[in-house]
Design a protein around this ligand. Structure first.
Ligand code: GLU
Length: 607
């Protein structure tokens, strides 16, 4: 949600700021703005709507080498130009962009109003420039610190002072901020995606940290403490600049990247000869793994589904009890944290507020939690300290596709390690390792010839309701398929374990209701076939995703999608792909905004 970009250096700031905002567009926003320093003054422009509107508004901007910019996702006050950031003090000498929520904004506003401050917006953010002005005695850092001491809530901020050309101030508490250091120039951003075109040398701010950012150098300190030279990190190579590369949408591009992204999740980790795997970031030796009596995944949305599929594999291969929990439920129910349990917090962005809350709850109760994260250096990755990067590269489409398969792959690598410390033999381990290694090629092969997806699209776009069914390993896939169809095409649908169908959802079936049945080569196949017959007996349209060569299932289906055959616990990695393609093409046919579906944000940083 929302974005911040800041620049100070020798180049023209405006194009860098506007381009940076475009790189953050995928996170979702409703308005945007910039503040530039030029001729000893600040120059502010804001616009409701897309970055294109802002780009028009900044034509004719003064030549400037320093500025801050923002995309707003409104929390306090309507979507208007007045409410868009940056906000300034009354004299227009201090400009602030802010992500997050100032919780005590009403009382601070009342206080400032009583002191004569006139507010020009309805936002909580506007108290910041006024408070900073109140505390300003010539030292910008001190003024920002004093203001922040009065504030309760979450913030990532960038501040520009007309009196201090060459220096920006950044601070964070609860909303991500990263600083980029280039050659004689520096950047501030809420997401490394806005920086990677310029530099790979970054500093991640922690909660309650403040930074003095000047051209080519930054200094960071705790609020109220002294500033120091920070620890500079290098952004990973696979965190490249996300471009469409000829694809019409990021979602389609990311679906097609899955052969490569799954390979990256496996690379250097799976050891076929030893029939084992190694995840360096976990910092767990076999003697630690063998003590794990339970594995619990924590996640939201797609990450929850990846955790669900992973838990089934963990029970199946490692015979360790495993579960997946919805983070927003888990964190608030005063959960029981068994001493020997290992928690795995799964999040693409690494900024998901509810997952972060769940992590804090586990830790508070003395539990051990590992991050399974895509965005390197993100809050969850740093909070957990140990864990697994899934290495899927930047995922721009709001609806997650390649992150799901990479999260699941990373969890399966972990499963192999865990299983080898238990009952899985060397031969068994070799088999699993080889099967995992074979997945990327099978994904590529399937994507070359995905089968009659358009027939499925016709069936679901003509329907009032779609039912997804699956048993065992296919049930999390059914959930994920239904989620994708809702997110991208807005088609009413739901997912059930197939055995549960006759306990309710069967009443929804009418002549031609599409029922999408996901199957694999497993010991529940015969039961699945009985469920298919029940669906057919009600006149529904049976669409089946099944392994190549399953002629019996194929013959039953009205529409059949064949995927390369794999072991049952790996089947979600292949079976989910036709469902991603279905959601994409159905969204296209219905004219949806594929990469930025309505109401959704890519990284859900609020509860
Ligand atoms: N709470 C602020 C507002 O409503 C900031 C929202 C954001 O994070 O974009 O303006």
């Amino acid at each position: 949600m929302c974005g911040i970009v800041g620049y100070v250096g020798p180049r023209k700031a405006t194009p860098i700021l506007v381009d940076g905002l475009r790189r953050l567009e995928y996170r979702g926003y409703d308005s945007a703005g910039v503040a530039l320093y030029g001729d000893e003054h600040l120059w502010v422009r804001r616009a409701v709507g897309r970055i294109d509107q802002l780009a028009e508004a900044v034509v004719g901007a003064p030549s400037s080498q320093m500025g801050i910019a923002h995309t707003r996702w409104a929390t306090h006050g309507g979507i208007t130009e007045e409410n868009a950031h940056p906000h300034t003090d009354a004299a227009g000498r201090i400009a602030v962009v802010h992500n997050g929520i100032i919780e005590n904004n009403s009382s601070l506003r009342a206080q400032l109003e009583a002191e004569g401050v006139v507010f020009l917006s309805e936002t909580d953010t506007e108290i910041l420039p006024h408070l900073i002005r109140k505390h300003y005695r010539g030292n910008p850092l001190e003024a920002v610190e004093r203001a922040l001491r009065q504030v309760r809530g979450t913030y990532g901020i960038a501040v520009l002072f007309a009196d201090h050309p060459g220096t920006l101030i950044a601070a964070r508490h609860g909303s991500p901020l990263v600083l980029g250091i280039g050659d004689q120039e520096s950047f501030i951003a809420s997401d490394p995606q806005a920086l990677v075109a310029h530099t790979r040398r970054v500093v991640y701010l922690d909660d309650r940290e403040i930074a003095l950012v000047s051209a080519g150098s930054v200094q960071v300190g705790r609020l109220g403490g002294s500033l120091e030279d920070p620890n500079i990190k290098l952004i990973d190579d696979d965190w490249g600049l996300a471009e469409l590369d000829g694809f019409p949408h990021f979602m389609l591009k990311e679906i097609h990247e899955q052969g490569e992204s799954i390979l990256r999740a496996l690379r250097g980790r799976v050891q076929v000869e030893e029939g084992n795997a190694k995840l360096g970031g976990l910092n767990m030796e076999p003697r630690d793994l063998v003590r794990v009596e339970r594995v619990v995944s924590l996640g939201c949305g797609t990450s929850f589904h990846a955790g669900l599929a992973a838990s089934l594999a963990i029970e199946h291969l490692a015979r360790v009890p495993a579960d997946s929990e919805i983070a927003s439920e888990f964190r608030h129910r005063n959960p029981i944290i068994p001493k020997d349990a290992l928690y795995m917090a799964i999040s693409q962005s690494g900024e998901t507020a509810d997952t972060l809350g769940a992590i804090q709850e586990v830790r508070l109760k003395g539990g051990v939690v590992m991050g399974v994260v895509n965005a390197v250096g993100s809050t969850i990755a740093r909070t957990c300290g140990a864990g697994v990067y899934v290495h899927s590269g930047p995922e721009i489409a709001v609806a997650s596709t390649k992150a799901f398969t990479s999260q699941l792959t990373a969890m399966l690598v972990f499963t192999l390690m865990l299983a080898r410390t238990r009952n899985l033999s060397l031969d068994g381990g070799r088999r699993v390792a080889a099967e995992l290694q074979a997945i990327p090629d099978k994904v590529v092969r399937y994507l070359k010839n995905p089968g009659p997806i358009d027939e499925m699209v016709r069936a679901v776009t003509a329907a009032r309701y779609v039912l997804f069914l699956g048993r065992g390993f296919s049930y999390p896939v059914a959930l994920e398929g239904a989620l994708k169809l809702k997110e991208v095409a807005y088609i009413p649908c739901e997912a059930y374990p197939a055995g549960e169908m006759k306990h309710g959802p069967i009443a929804m079936l009418e002549e031609n209701t599409p029922v999408i049945f996901i199957t694999s080569k497993d010991d529940q196949r015969d039961k699945a076939i009985s469920n298919m017959r029940e669906v057919l007996a009600r006149g529904a349209k049976l669409i089946v995703i099944h392994p190549e060569g399953d002629e019996e299932v194929k013959a039953l289906a009205h529409i059949s999608i064949e995927v390369p055959a794999v072991a049952d616990y790996l089947s979600p990695l292949l079976n989910v792909i036709p469902l991603q393609l279905l959601a994409y093409r159905a969204g296209l046919v219905l004219g949806r905004d594929i990469d930025k579906p309505r109401h959704l944000a890519k990284s859900v940083t609020v509860e």
